[in-house]
Design a protein around this ligand. Structure first.
Ligand code: DC
Length: 234
């Protein structure tokens, strides 16, 4: 990190945000990256993209060996266009496809295999090696970037997270209900936190932010103020 003046935003940092689905990570990370002029790394999108490839090629979500091979071989690239983080896999734009309910249903199982995680973590560390990055996911503070300059764990009540997911789905034109979203979040929380390899957990040195009653702007402001404080302490 370059030495910051007392109130300036440091350069070249890695900022890692983890938390459960619907905690506000993605929007916060994207807006934070835009404010800091950093790159935004959505690690969940990478596991989702692998799930698209797997289902298309009829690879079972339980088949860790073939999934690892697919993960090793896939070329993934992100591009921000009109404030949307677009995801390209082997040249194909998969931005909308990765958010479909069928993908959400299978992604936790696909992402739980050790080999898959090793392949993805390698790609993520490569993308973050120059710093200037806001990364978000389930293990960015614990496994991918354990030495990040700032680590944050975002959380919110289940009801609030389900409301947010419902709104996301409505925007995508997908029919669903609050109950369905709550059930899906409960299932994913259990799976993502209970798995053997890199389970979702709060790193000891991660700041906890409960976003239940916060707007996205407040969340971004809070993280920027944490970043300035962390920089002053260096
Ligand atoms: O953040 P998301 O909902 O797009 O993530 C989709 C899934 O990917 C999530 O249920 C668990 C998995 N995931 C993971 O295992 N590790 C990450 N760093 C990010 C996501």
């Amino acid at each position: 990190m370059t030495s910051p003046k007392s109130n300036s935003i440091p350069k070249n940092c890695v900022i890692a945000l983890d938390g459960p689905a619907g905690s506000g990570k993605s929007t916060t990370a994207r807006m934070l990256a835009a404010r800091l002029k950093y790159n935004y790394l959505d690690t969940g999108a990478m596991y989702r993209a692998l799930t698209v490839l797997a289902l298309r090629r009829r690879v079972l979500p339980s088949d860790g060996v073939v999934l690892k091979k697919l993960a090793d071989e896939m070329q993934i690239r992100f591009e921000t266009q009109k404030e949307v983080n677009r995801v390209f896999v082997d040249g194909e734009d998969m931005t909308e496809r990765i958010r479909m309910p069928e993908i959400t249903r299978h992604v936790s199982e696909v992402s739980a295999h050790r080999g898959v995680r090793e392949a993805m973590v390698g790609k993520q560390q490569e993308l973050g090696k120059e710093g200037n990055i806001v990364a978000e996911g389930r293990d960015t503070t614990t496994v991918v970037f354990p030495d990040a300059h700032l680590k944050v764990y975002l959380d919110a009540s289940l009801e609030c997270r389900a409301q947010r997911r419902l709104l996301d789905m409505v925007k995508l034109g997908i029919e669903t209900s609050l109950e369905e979203q709550e059930a899906d979040l409960r299932r994913r929380d259990t799976f993502d936190s209970g798995r053997q390899h890199s389970p979702l957990r709060r790193a000891e040195d991660a700041y906890l932010i409960d976003t239940t009653h916060m707007t996205i702007d407040e969340q971004v402001d809070k993280i920027i103020s944490l970043l300035k404080t962390a920089a002053k302490g260096k």
